[in-house]
Design a protein around this ligand. Structure first.
Ligand code: FCB
Length: 431
């Protein structure tokens, strides 16, 4: 850590990367013997995705991965977080392993390692996989189980599109059981690092009313503690049975013991905060988000709130005994034109978002949080789940007609930050 508080320098060996996920960029979902995933079926159900978009082509990364790895190399990235599509590796979900599907990830990893880029693989970024070990030092079991539960099974806006509190609570518990068992299986055969990736959105009360404070605690328990608490402490937050009532399942001590496995790191995906008020009519949490009208919002309507990232990292440090943390996703969708005109694509709002959030990470490090790396979401503009292709999160622009990649100003900025291990954050802002 820097001893000079004025200079922005990240720890030595800080891991600088970009993140993606399989379904969002690969395309060719049924190639080489892959089976359909829940997302493949969901996107081919009319009315589910903005503009009827699908991941059938996405960024065509399945066929262009070599040049995408070259692109990462040209940006000077040190790490790449991707996910392994379960349906490529095990087309039927269980049983037979599809060598051709596994082969794709073997080639991707070969190509990353050949360019000195550390792979970080997620086992389940909303479709599931198997094993590769030796060459991958960083593994994650689940990506954002809260989103699988909330969007996929409670609200039905993500695949598989179910709406049931009974199902959602069971899905959440089984995701955690799968996490615990995956960590146990990994310990038996793997020798590197395995962690859990969660989305954290700090919750702030809209007023000093007791009702708003209680609502804030419920929202925090549901999104921020539901997965970390059992994984890191072996208990569920006491608010959850109250929120879900009869829909909350009976949970055995032996299940909690399975879930509570020592982890090598926590992956934190951070985008925004939420300001919360009580709302008796909102099912099932009885809370509502209060939009902060005077603040900047991204294209997904997420408030830009960098200090929430510092707060989140310090909260994890203090509550969970300062575990090693990677920021496994952080980024912003702002409008960029569909095709690039001219030599440079300026994306000043995204540059500003990155600069402020990286400074927020540095602040947390300065205050003693054990932060080991940062992955910008995302390397490429890609298929943003139910929003289809209408939200661009990439540091690299993708023209969806030609599939041409063009680094945006934010990619060049991030590349300078990586090359200088943070010092470029001290450059005067151009905008
Ligand atoms: C996260 C997801 C990721 C992407 C970003 C914007 O919730 O993990 O796949 O959709 O949001």
């Amino acid at each position: 850590m820097s001893t000079n508080s004025a200079a922005t320098r990240f720890p030595e060996r800080f891991l600088w990367g970009c993140a993606t996920s399989a379904y969002q960029i690969e395309g060719s979902p049924l190639a080489d013997g892959a089976g359909p995933s829940i997302w493949h079926r969901f996107v081919h159900t009319p009315g589910r995705i903005t503009d009827g978009d699908t991941g059938d082509v996405a960024c065509d990364h399945y066929r262009r991965f070599q040049s995408d790895v070259d692109l990462m190399h040209s940006l000077g990235l040190r790490a790449y977080r991707f996910s392994i599509s379960w349906s490529r590796v095990m087309p039927q979900g269980t049983g037979r392993v599809n060598a051709a599907g596994l082969g794709f990830y073997e080639r991707l990893v070969d190509s990353l390692l050949a360019r000195g880029i550390q792979p970080m693989a997620t086992l389940y970024h909303w479709d599931l996989p198997a094993a590769l070990d030796d060459r991958i030092h960083y593994w994650a079991t689940l990506n954002e189980p809260w989103v699988s539960m909330n969007d996929g099974y409670l609200l039905g806006i993500h695949a598989p599109g179910h709406r049931s509190a009974y199902e959602a609570t069971r899905v959440a518990h089984h995701l955690l059981m799968a996490h615990g068992k995956a960590v146990q299986a990994y310990r038996a055969s793997g020798s590197n690092q395995i962690g859990l990736v969660v989305n954290i959105e700090p919750k702030y009360p809209a007023s000093d009313d007791d009702a708003d404070h209680a609502a804030t605690r419920r929202a925090d328990a549901y999104m921020n503690r539901q997965f970390l608490e059992p994984a890191l402490r072996g208990t569920y937050p006491e608010e959850l049975p109250v929120i879900f009532g009869q829909a909350w399942p009976a949970i055995s001590a032996s299940d909690l013991a399975t879930i509570h496995q020592p982890l090598d790191y926590i992956g934190v995906n951070y985008y925004t905060r939420s300001v919360v008020r009580a709302d008796p009519n909102a099912w099932p949490l009885r809370t509502a988000a209060v939009r902060q009208k005077t603040r900047t919002h991204t294209q997904t309507s997420w408030e830009v709130f960098p200090q929430g990232l510092t707060a989140t990292l310090l909260w994890i440090k203090n509550r969970y005994g300062n575990p090693p943390v990677y920021i496994t996703e952080n980024g912003a969708a702002f409008f960029d034109p569909p095709s690039v005109e001219g030599a440079v694509l300026e994306d000043p709002l995204r540059v500003d978002y990155l600069r402020k959030h990286l400074r927020a990470v540095h602040d947390a490090i300065r205050q003693g949080a054990d932060i080991r790396g940062y992955f910008a979401w995302s390397l490429l503009d890609n298929f943003e789940w139910a929003h289809g292709f209408t939200k661009r999160f990439g540091l690299v622009h993708v023209d969806y007609e030609t599939l041409q990649r063009t680094p945006k100003a934010s990619a060049h900025f991030y590349s300078r930050v990586v090359a200088s291990n943070g010092a470029a954050l001290d450059e005067p802002a151009a905008h």
